[in-house]
Ligand binder design. Structure first.
Ligand code: HEM
Length: 453
Protein backbone atom coordinates (compact mmCIF):
# COMPACT_ATOMS: atom_id res chain seq x y z
CA UNK A 1 0.00 0.00 0.00
CA UNK A 2 1.46 3.35 -0.94
CA UNK A 3 1.43 6.28 1.43
CA UNK A 4 1.85 10.02 1.32
CA UNK A 5 2.42 10.13 5.08
CA UNK A 6 5.36 12.23 6.25
CA UNK A 7 6.78 10.30 9.17
CA UNK A 8 7.79 11.94 12.45
CA UNK A 9 9.26 10.21 15.46
CA UNK A 10 7.50 10.92 18.80
CA UNK A 11 10.49 12.98 20.02
CA UNK A 12 10.66 15.24 16.98
CA UNK A 13 9.02 18.66 17.49
CA UNK A 14 5.91 19.50 15.49
CA UNK A 15 6.51 21.48 12.31
CA UNK A 16 4.68 24.75 11.72
CA UNK A 17 2.31 25.28 8.77
CA UNK A 18 4.61 26.44 5.94
CA UNK A 19 4.44 30.18 5.18
CA UNK A 20 2.70 31.31 1.98
CA UNK A 21 5.12 31.41 -0.96
CA UNK A 22 5.45 34.74 -2.83
CA UNK A 23 2.56 34.99 -5.28
CA UNK A 24 0.28 32.76 -3.21
CA UNK A 25 -1.45 35.56 -1.27
CA UNK A 26 -3.97 36.15 -4.05
CA UNK A 27 -6.34 39.11 -4.13
CA UNK A 28 -7.16 41.28 -1.11
CA UNK A 29 -9.72 39.53 1.17
CA UNK A 30 -10.84 36.84 -1.36
CA UNK A 31 -7.27 35.46 -1.45
CA UNK A 32 -7.01 32.54 -3.86
CA UNK A 33 -10.69 31.60 -3.94
CA UNK A 34 -10.91 32.60 -7.59
CA UNK A 35 -7.97 30.35 -8.50
CA UNK A 36 -9.82 27.51 -6.84
CA UNK A 37 -13.10 28.35 -8.61
CA UNK A 38 -11.32 28.52 -11.98
CA UNK A 39 -9.60 25.15 -11.71
CA UNK A 40 -9.90 23.25 -8.40
CA UNK A 41 -7.59 20.37 -9.38
CA UNK A 42 -4.98 22.78 -10.80
CA UNK A 43 -5.16 24.74 -7.53
CA UNK A 44 -4.74 21.55 -5.47
CA UNK A 45 -1.84 20.38 -7.63
CA UNK A 46 -0.05 23.68 -7.04
CA UNK A 47 -0.61 23.38 -3.27
CA UNK A 48 0.57 19.78 -3.24
CA UNK A 49 3.69 20.41 -5.32
CA UNK A 50 4.62 23.59 -3.42
CA UNK A 51 3.89 22.56 0.16
CA UNK A 52 2.85 18.89 0.45
CA UNK A 53 -0.17 17.40 2.30
CA UNK A 54 -0.75 20.37 4.66
CA UNK A 55 -0.57 23.71 2.90
CA UNK A 56 -1.37 27.33 3.79
CA UNK A 57 -4.33 28.99 2.11
CA UNK A 58 -5.58 32.55 2.46
CA UNK A 59 -9.25 33.05 1.58
CA UNK A 60 -12.25 35.10 2.66
CA UNK A 61 -10.16 37.31 4.91
CA UNK A 62 -8.49 34.57 6.92
CA UNK A 63 -5.64 32.08 6.80
CA UNK A 64 -6.38 28.39 6.83
CA UNK A 65 -4.97 25.11 5.58
CA UNK A 66 -5.66 22.86 2.64
CA UNK A 67 -5.31 19.16 3.39
CA UNK A 68 -4.44 16.88 0.47
CA UNK A 69 -3.70 13.24 -0.20
CA UNK A 70 -5.53 10.26 1.30
CA UNK A 71 -3.37 10.00 4.47
CA UNK A 72 -3.94 13.59 5.51
CA UNK A 73 -7.64 13.50 4.53
CA UNK A 74 -8.03 10.28 6.50
CA UNK A 75 -6.41 11.80 9.60
CA UNK A 76 -8.80 14.78 9.55
CA UNK A 77 -11.93 12.77 8.80
CA UNK A 78 -11.13 10.10 11.41
CA UNK A 79 -10.57 12.97 13.84
CA UNK A 80 -8.94 10.84 16.53
CA UNK A 81 -8.48 13.61 19.10
CA UNK A 82 -11.76 15.39 18.25
CA UNK A 83 -10.01 18.56 17.13
CA UNK A 84 -11.87 19.10 13.82
CA UNK A 85 -15.45 20.36 14.02
CA UNK A 86 -18.06 20.55 11.26
CA UNK A 87 -20.59 23.06 12.60
CA UNK A 88 -18.41 26.19 12.66
CA UNK A 89 -16.86 25.29 9.28
CA UNK A 90 -19.89 24.28 7.19
CA UNK A 91 -22.01 26.89 8.97
CA UNK A 92 -19.78 29.56 7.46
CA UNK A 93 -20.36 28.18 3.95
CA UNK A 94 -24.04 27.21 3.93
CA UNK A 95 -25.05 29.96 6.32
CA UNK A 96 -27.81 29.66 8.90
CA UNK A 97 -30.17 28.08 6.35
CA UNK A 98 -29.19 24.50 7.11
CA UNK A 99 -28.74 25.08 10.80
CA UNK A 100 -28.74 21.94 12.94
CA UNK A 101 -28.72 19.60 9.95
CA UNK A 102 -26.86 16.38 10.78
CA UNK A 103 -23.67 17.45 8.98
CA UNK A 104 -23.47 20.62 11.10
CA UNK A 105 -23.73 18.86 14.45
CA UNK A 106 -20.60 17.76 16.28
CA UNK A 107 -19.26 15.18 18.68
CA UNK A 108 -21.72 13.83 21.34
CA UNK A 109 -24.77 15.59 19.93
CA UNK A 110 -23.95 14.46 16.41
CA UNK A 111 -23.58 10.89 17.65
CA UNK A 112 -27.06 10.90 19.23
CA UNK A 113 -28.76 12.37 16.15
CA UNK A 114 -26.88 10.11 13.75
CA UNK A 115 -27.92 7.01 15.73
CA UNK A 116 -31.56 7.99 15.41
CA UNK A 117 -31.31 8.95 11.74
CA UNK A 118 -29.51 5.73 10.84
CA UNK A 119 -32.88 4.01 11.36
CA UNK A 120 -34.28 5.90 8.36
CA UNK A 121 -31.72 4.19 6.08
CA UNK A 122 -32.04 0.49 6.95
CA UNK A 123 -32.22 -1.99 4.05
CA UNK A 124 -35.98 -2.48 4.47
CA UNK A 125 -36.58 1.24 4.30
CA UNK A 126 -34.26 1.66 1.32
CA UNK A 127 -36.18 -1.07 -0.50
CA UNK A 128 -39.45 0.79 0.19
CA UNK A 129 -37.99 4.13 -1.01
CA UNK A 130 -36.78 2.40 -4.20
CA UNK A 131 -40.24 1.06 -4.99
CA UNK A 132 -41.73 4.50 -4.41
CA UNK A 133 -39.16 6.22 -6.65
CA UNK A 134 -40.13 4.54 -9.92
CA UNK A 135 -43.54 6.22 -10.41
CA UNK A 136 -42.01 9.63 -9.65
CA UNK A 137 -39.23 9.03 -12.19
CA UNK A 138 -41.66 7.79 -14.82
CA UNK A 139 -43.98 10.76 -14.28
CA UNK A 140 -41.11 13.28 -14.33
CA UNK A 141 -39.57 11.91 -17.52
CA UNK A 142 -42.87 11.96 -19.35
CA UNK A 143 -42.40 15.72 -19.75
CA UNK A 144 -39.00 15.29 -21.41
CA UNK A 145 -38.95 16.42 -24.98
CA UNK A 146 -35.87 14.96 -26.71
CA UNK A 147 -33.90 17.42 -28.87
CA UNK A 148 -30.37 17.54 -30.36
CA UNK A 149 -29.35 20.06 -27.65
CA UNK A 150 -31.33 18.79 -24.71
CA UNK A 151 -30.19 20.56 -21.54
CA UNK A 152 -29.95 17.59 -19.23
CA UNK A 153 -28.86 19.33 -16.04
CA UNK A 154 -31.94 21.52 -15.37
CA UNK A 155 -34.22 18.62 -16.32
CA UNK A 156 -32.44 16.31 -13.91
CA UNK A 157 -32.61 18.97 -11.20
CA UNK A 158 -36.38 19.18 -11.62
CA UNK A 159 -36.65 15.40 -11.68
CA UNK A 160 -34.70 14.93 -8.43
CA UNK A 161 -36.86 17.63 -6.80
CA UNK A 162 -39.99 15.78 -7.92
CA UNK A 163 -38.58 12.54 -6.55
CA UNK A 164 -37.76 14.32 -3.28
CA UNK A 165 -41.35 15.59 -3.03
CA UNK A 166 -42.52 11.97 -3.13
CA UNK A 167 -39.85 10.19 -1.15
CA UNK A 168 -39.19 12.89 1.42
CA UNK A 169 -42.65 14.40 1.71
CA UNK A 170 -44.90 11.49 0.74
CA UNK A 171 -46.24 13.34 -2.27
CA UNK A 172 -47.26 16.40 -0.18
CA UNK A 173 -50.83 15.37 -0.94
CA UNK A 174 -52.61 18.57 0.08
CA UNK A 175 -50.24 20.85 -1.79
CA UNK A 176 -51.06 22.42 -5.11
CA UNK A 177 -48.54 22.50 -7.95
CA UNK A 178 -48.16 26.28 -7.42
CA UNK A 179 -47.45 25.84 -3.71
CA UNK A 180 -44.90 23.13 -4.47
CA UNK A 181 -43.25 25.51 -6.94
CA UNK A 182 -42.99 28.10 -4.15
CA UNK A 183 -41.42 25.52 -1.87
CA UNK A 184 -38.95 24.48 -4.57
CA UNK A 185 -37.97 28.11 -5.09
CA UNK A 186 -37.53 28.61 -1.35
CA UNK A 187 -35.37 25.55 -1.19
CA UNK A 188 -33.22 26.62 -4.15
CA UNK A 189 -32.78 30.05 -2.53
CA UNK A 190 -31.36 28.36 0.58
CA UNK A 191 -28.97 26.25 -1.50
CA UNK A 192 -27.77 29.23 -3.52
CA UNK A 193 -26.94 31.22 -0.39
CA UNK A 194 -23.61 29.34 -0.16
CA UNK A 195 -22.13 31.52 -2.92
CA UNK A 196 -23.64 34.79 -1.60
CA UNK A 197 -21.20 37.66 -1.09
CA UNK A 198 -23.36 39.79 1.24
CA UNK A 199 -23.77 37.63 4.34
CA UNK A 200 -26.79 39.13 6.09
CA UNK A 201 -30.60 39.41 5.79
CA UNK A 202 -30.38 42.10 3.08
CA UNK A 203 -33.23 42.38 0.52
CA UNK A 204 -32.43 41.46 -3.11
CA UNK A 205 -29.28 39.52 -2.15
CA UNK A 206 -28.80 35.73 -2.16
CA UNK A 207 -28.79 35.69 1.62
CA UNK A 208 -31.91 37.88 1.82
CA UNK A 209 -33.76 35.43 -0.45
CA UNK A 210 -32.43 32.48 1.54
CA UNK A 211 -33.72 33.92 4.85
CA UNK A 212 -37.18 34.22 3.29
CA UNK A 213 -36.79 30.75 1.76
CA UNK A 214 -35.95 29.18 5.10
CA UNK A 215 -39.12 30.72 6.63
CA UNK A 216 -41.25 29.34 3.78
CA UNK A 217 -39.76 25.86 4.22
CA UNK A 218 -40.26 25.88 7.98
CA UNK A 219 -43.90 26.98 7.69
CA UNK A 220 -44.57 24.42 4.98
CA UNK A 221 -43.07 21.52 6.95
CA UNK A 222 -44.63 22.63 10.23
CA UNK A 223 -48.03 22.60 8.51
CA UNK A 224 -47.63 18.92 7.68
CA UNK A 225 -46.07 17.90 10.97
CA UNK A 226 -49.25 16.95 12.92
CA UNK A 227 -50.44 14.67 10.09
CA UNK A 228 -46.99 13.09 9.76
CA UNK A 229 -46.81 12.50 13.52
CA UNK A 230 -50.30 10.98 13.51
CA UNK A 231 -49.82 8.34 10.79
CA UNK A 232 -46.72 6.34 9.91
CA UNK A 233 -46.10 6.18 6.16
CA UNK A 234 -43.08 5.25 4.01
CA UNK A 235 -41.78 8.78 3.25
CA UNK A 236 -38.70 10.13 5.06
CA UNK A 237 -40.68 12.96 6.75
CA UNK A 238 -42.99 10.47 8.41
CA UNK A 239 -40.10 8.11 9.15
CA UNK A 240 -38.20 10.89 10.96
CA UNK A 241 -41.33 11.65 13.02
CA UNK A 242 -41.64 8.04 14.18
CA UNK A 243 -38.02 6.95 14.62
CA UNK A 244 -37.07 5.69 18.03
CA UNK A 245 -33.86 3.94 19.09
CA UNK A 246 -33.85 0.96 21.46
CA UNK A 247 -33.07 3.45 24.23
CA UNK A 248 -36.18 5.48 23.43
CA UNK A 249 -34.40 8.45 21.80
CA UNK A 250 -36.62 10.41 19.36
CA UNK A 251 -36.47 13.63 17.35
CA UNK A 252 -38.32 16.74 18.61
CA UNK A 253 -40.52 18.71 16.15
CA UNK A 254 -37.69 21.21 15.59
CA UNK A 255 -35.22 18.37 14.99
CA UNK A 256 -37.50 16.84 12.36
CA UNK A 257 -37.82 20.15 10.51
CA UNK A 258 -34.09 20.93 10.67
CA UNK A 259 -33.17 17.44 9.49
CA UNK A 260 -35.75 17.48 6.69
CA UNK A 261 -34.45 20.77 5.28
CA UNK A 262 -30.85 19.60 5.46
CA UNK A 263 -31.59 16.13 4.04
CA UNK A 264 -33.37 17.58 1.03
CA UNK A 265 -30.38 19.81 0.36
CA UNK A 266 -27.83 17.01 0.89
CA UNK A 267 -29.73 14.65 -1.37
CA UNK A 268 -30.60 17.03 -4.15
CA UNK A 269 -27.63 18.74 -5.82
CA UNK A 270 -25.24 15.88 -5.16
CA UNK A 271 -27.43 13.31 -6.92
CA UNK A 272 -28.22 15.73 -9.76
CA UNK A 273 -24.54 16.43 -10.38
CA UNK A 274 -23.66 12.73 -10.39
CA UNK A 275 -26.49 11.81 -12.78
CA UNK A 276 -25.58 14.68 -15.07
CA UNK A 277 -21.88 13.65 -15.11
CA UNK A 278 -22.90 10.08 -15.92
CA UNK A 279 -25.06 11.29 -18.81
CA UNK A 280 -22.15 13.27 -20.21
CA UNK A 281 -19.66 10.41 -19.91
CA UNK A 282 -22.04 7.75 -21.23
CA UNK A 283 -22.81 10.12 -24.14
CA UNK A 284 -19.09 10.32 -24.89
CA UNK A 285 -18.53 6.57 -24.51
CA UNK A 286 -21.25 4.80 -26.53
CA UNK A 287 -19.73 1.35 -25.87
CA UNK A 288 -20.35 1.84 -22.13
CA UNK A 289 -23.82 3.26 -22.80
CA UNK A 290 -24.69 0.14 -24.78
CA UNK A 291 -23.21 -2.18 -22.18
CA UNK A 292 -25.29 -0.52 -19.44
CA UNK A 293 -28.38 -0.56 -21.67
CA UNK A 294 -28.12 -4.30 -22.22
CA UNK A 295 -28.04 -4.92 -18.47
CA UNK A 296 -31.03 -2.62 -17.98
CA UNK A 297 -32.98 -4.29 -20.78
CA UNK A 298 -32.65 -7.61 -18.97
CA UNK A 299 -34.77 -6.10 -16.16
CA UNK A 300 -38.27 -4.63 -16.10
CA UNK A 301 -39.00 -0.87 -15.99
CA UNK A 302 -39.26 -0.73 -12.18
CA UNK A 303 -36.59 -3.04 -10.74
CA UNK A 304 -36.35 -3.91 -7.06
CA UNK A 305 -33.48 -2.70 -4.90
CA UNK A 306 -31.67 -6.06 -5.31
CA UNK A 307 -32.04 -5.89 -9.09
CA UNK A 308 -30.67 -2.35 -9.20
CA UNK A 309 -27.72 -3.47 -7.10
CA UNK A 310 -27.04 -6.09 -9.79
CA UNK A 311 -26.53 -3.48 -12.55
CA UNK A 312 -22.78 -3.95 -12.53
CA UNK A 313 -21.71 -1.81 -15.47
CA UNK A 314 -23.83 1.09 -14.27
CA UNK A 315 -22.24 0.76 -10.86
CA UNK A 316 -18.73 1.00 -12.37
CA UNK A 317 -19.76 4.06 -14.38
CA UNK A 318 -21.26 5.73 -11.31
CA UNK A 319 -18.09 5.15 -9.27
CA UNK A 320 -15.92 6.49 -12.08
CA UNK A 321 -18.15 9.56 -12.48
CA UNK A 322 -17.95 10.24 -8.74
CA UNK A 323 -14.16 9.94 -8.98
CA UNK A 324 -13.80 12.31 -11.92
CA UNK A 325 -16.28 14.88 -10.60
CA UNK A 326 -16.87 14.51 -6.87
CA UNK A 327 -20.08 16.49 -6.19
CA UNK A 328 -18.59 17.59 -2.84
CA UNK A 329 -14.98 18.20 -3.89
CA UNK A 330 -13.87 19.67 -0.56
CA UNK A 331 -15.01 19.04 3.02
CA UNK A 332 -14.79 21.88 5.50
CA UNK A 333 -13.64 21.69 9.12
CA UNK A 334 -12.48 24.10 11.86
CA UNK A 335 -10.18 23.16 14.71
CA UNK A 336 -11.64 23.53 18.19
CA UNK A 337 -8.23 22.91 19.78
CA UNK A 338 -4.60 22.74 18.72
CA UNK A 339 -3.75 19.46 17.06
CA UNK A 340 -1.05 17.46 15.27
CA UNK A 341 -1.78 16.66 11.65
CA UNK A 342 0.90 14.36 10.19
CA UNK A 343 3.51 16.16 12.29
CA UNK A 344 2.28 19.69 11.52
CA UNK A 345 0.96 21.88 14.36
CA UNK A 346 -2.51 23.16 13.50
CA UNK A 347 -3.55 25.92 15.93
CA UNK A 348 -7.00 26.15 17.49
CA UNK A 349 -9.61 27.95 15.35
CA UNK A 350 -8.00 27.18 11.99
CA UNK A 351 -10.17 26.79 8.90
CA UNK A 352 -9.43 23.47 7.18
CA UNK A 353 -10.33 22.51 3.62
CA UNK A 354 -10.09 18.76 2.98
CA UNK A 355 -9.55 18.45 -0.79
CA UNK A 356 -10.94 14.98 -1.43
CA UNK A 357 -11.15 15.54 -5.21
CA UNK A 358 -7.37 15.68 -5.42
CA UNK A 359 -7.00 12.14 -4.02
CA UNK A 360 -9.10 10.97 -6.99
CA UNK A 361 -6.61 12.44 -9.45
CA UNK A 362 -3.29 11.30 -7.97
CA UNK A 363 -1.10 9.19 -10.28
CA UNK A 364 0.20 7.39 -7.21
CA UNK A 365 -3.18 5.70 -6.74
CA UNK A 366 -4.82 5.65 -10.17
CA UNK A 367 -3.72 4.63 -13.69
CA UNK A 368 -4.10 7.60 -16.08
CA UNK A 369 -6.37 9.41 -13.61
CA UNK A 370 -7.72 11.94 -16.14
CA UNK A 371 -9.09 9.15 -18.37
CA UNK A 372 -12.64 7.73 -18.10
CA UNK A 373 -12.01 4.06 -17.35
CA UNK A 374 -14.79 2.49 -15.22
CA UNK A 375 -13.11 -0.91 -15.33
CA UNK A 376 -10.54 0.42 -12.85
CA UNK A 377 -13.19 -0.29 -10.18
CA UNK A 378 -13.79 -3.84 -11.50
CA UNK A 379 -12.84 -6.93 -9.43
CA UNK A 380 -9.60 -7.49 -11.36
CA UNK A 381 -8.15 -4.02 -10.78
CA UNK A 382 -9.86 -2.42 -7.78
CA UNK A 383 -7.71 0.72 -8.00
CA UNK A 384 -9.94 2.25 -5.33
CA UNK A 385 -8.30 -0.20 -2.90
CA UNK A 386 -4.85 1.32 -3.53
CA UNK A 387 -5.47 3.32 -0.37
CA UNK A 388 -8.51 3.12 1.93
CA UNK A 389 -9.18 6.79 1.21
CA UNK A 390 -8.11 6.94 -2.45
CA UNK A 391 -11.80 7.18 -3.41
CA UNK A 392 -13.79 9.29 -0.97
CA UNK A 393 -16.70 11.03 -2.72
CA UNK A 394 -18.90 10.29 0.30
CA UNK A 395 -16.30 11.42 2.85
CA UNK A 396 -15.17 9.25 5.76
CA UNK A 397 -15.23 8.94 9.54
CA UNK A 398 -18.28 9.71 11.66
CA UNK A 399 -19.73 12.20 9.15
CA UNK A 400 -19.52 9.84 6.16
CA UNK A 401 -22.58 10.34 3.98
CA UNK A 402 -25.56 8.64 5.59
CA UNK A 403 -27.44 8.68 2.28
CA UNK A 404 -24.84 6.98 0.07
CA UNK A 405 -26.91 3.84 -0.60
CA UNK A 406 -30.03 5.93 -1.12
CA UNK A 407 -28.07 8.06 -3.61
CA UNK A 408 -26.86 5.01 -5.54
CA UNK A 409 -30.40 3.64 -5.77
CA UNK A 410 -31.87 6.93 -6.93
CA UNK A 411 -29.15 7.64 -9.50
CA UNK A 412 -29.25 4.14 -10.95
CA UNK A 413 -33.05 4.09 -11.05
CA UNK A 414 -33.02 7.29 -13.12
CA UNK A 415 -30.28 6.03 -15.46
CA UNK A 416 -31.99 2.66 -15.77
CA UNK A 417 -35.17 4.23 -17.11
CA UNK A 418 -33.25 6.57 -19.38
CA UNK A 419 -31.18 3.74 -20.87
CA UNK A 420 -34.32 1.73 -21.69
CA UNK A 421 -36.19 4.62 -23.28
CA UNK A 422 -33.53 6.88 -24.84
CA UNK A 423 -30.19 7.01 -26.60
CA UNK A 424 -27.91 10.03 -26.37
CA UNK A 425 -24.54 11.32 -27.49
CA UNK A 426 -22.08 14.04 -26.49
CA UNK A 427 -19.08 15.19 -28.58
CA UNK A 428 -15.95 13.32 -27.41
CA UNK A 429 -14.00 16.59 -27.02
CA UNK A 430 -16.72 18.29 -24.89
CA UNK A 431 -15.49 19.58 -21.51
CA UNK A 432 -18.23 20.72 -19.14
CA UNK A 433 -17.76 24.39 -18.14
CA UNK A 434 -18.16 24.03 -14.39
CA UNK A 435 -19.29 26.60 -11.87
CA UNK A 436 -17.19 25.75 -8.81
CA UNK A 437 -18.45 28.53 -6.54
CA UNK A 438 -20.40 25.98 -4.46
CA UNK A 439 -20.92 22.42 -5.75
CA UNK A 440 -19.55 21.91 -9.29
CA UNK A 441 -22.40 22.15 -11.80
CA UNK A 442 -22.26 22.57 -15.61
CA UNK A 443 -22.95 26.24 -16.47
CA UNK A 444 -24.18 25.30 -19.95
CA UNK A 445 -26.85 22.92 -18.61
CA UNK A 446 -24.98 19.83 -19.87
CA UNK A 447 -26.39 19.66 -23.42
CA UNK A 448 -26.79 16.18 -24.92
CA UNK A 449 -28.21 14.97 -28.20
CA UNK A 450 -31.17 12.94 -26.99
CA UNK A 451 -33.46 10.66 -29.01
CA UNK A 452 -36.17 8.23 -28.01
CA UNK A 453 -35.49 4.58 -28.82
C1 HEM B 1 -24.01 11.28 -5.01
C2 HEM B 1 -24.68 11.78 -3.99
C3 HEM B 1 -24.05 12.22 -2.70
C4 HEM B 1 -22.76 12.59 -2.43
C5 HEM B 1 -21.58 12.64 -3.36
C6 HEM B 1 -22.72 12.95 -1.02
C7 HEM B 1 -21.57 13.36 -0.35
C8 HEM B 1 -21.52 13.57 1.00
C9 HEM B 1 -20.31 13.88 1.72
C10 HEM B 1 -18.94 14.05 1.10
C11 HEM B 1 -20.63 13.99 3.04
C12 HEM B 1 -19.67 14.25 4.18
C13 HEM B 1 -19.57 15.71 4.53
C14 HEM B 1 -18.52 15.96 5.59
O1 HEM B 1 -17.85 15.07 6.08
O2 HEM B 1 -18.35 17.15 5.92
C15 HEM B 1 -22.06 13.78 3.15
C16 HEM B 1 -22.75 13.85 4.31
C17 HEM B 1 -24.12 13.68 4.39
N1 HEM B 1 -24.97 13.30 3.39
FE1 HEM B 1 -24.45 12.92 1.48
N2 HEM B 1 -23.97 12.79 -0.49
C18 HEM B 1 -24.81 12.34 -1.47
C19 HEM B 1 -26.14 12.04 -1.35
C20 HEM B 1 -26.87 12.10 -0.19
C21 HEM B 1 -28.25 11.72 -0.06
C22 HEM B 1 -29.10 11.15 -1.17
C23 HEM B 1 -28.60 11.98 1.24
C24 HEM B 1 -29.92 11.76 1.92
C25 HEM B 1 -30.89 11.00 1.50
C26 HEM B 1 -27.44 12.49 1.92
C27 HEM B 1 -27.39 12.89 3.23
C28 HEM B 1 -26.24 13.25 3.89
C29 HEM B 1 -26.21 13.60 5.30
C30 HEM B 1 -27.40 13.68 6.25
C31 HEM B 1 -24.88 13.89 5.60
C32 HEM B 1 -24.31 14.28 6.96
C33 HEM B 1 -23.85 13.04 7.67
C34 HEM B 1 -23.25 13.32 9.02
O3 HEM B 1 -22.75 14.40 9.24
O4 HEM B 1 -23.30 12.41 9.88
N3 HEM B 1 -26.41 12.55 1.02
N4 HEM B 1 -22.56 13.51 1.89
Amino acid sequence: MSSDMMSRTPTEPLREIPPLAPGDHGLPWVGRLLDYARDPVGFYRHQWETYGPVSPFFRAGESGVVVLGPDACDAVLRNKDKAFANGPAWGQIVGPFFDRGLMLLDFGEHHVHRRIMQEAFTRDRLAAYTTAMHPAIEQGMRAWDPTPRFKAYPQLKQLTLDIAADIFMGGATHTTRAEMERVNKAFIACVQAASGVVRGDVPLTRWGRAFRGRRVLEEFLRGYLPAKRATATDDIFSVLCHLETDDGERFSDDDVINHMIFLMMAAHDTSTITTSTMLQLLGQHPEWQQRCREESRALGPAPSMAEIEGLQSLDLVMKESLRLRAPVPALMRRTVKETDLLGVRIPEDTAVMVGVQFSHMMERYWTNPAVFDPERFGPERREDKSHRMAWEPFGGGVHKCIGLYFAGLEIKSILHRLLRGYRWSVAPAYRAPLDNSSLPFPKDGNPISLTRI
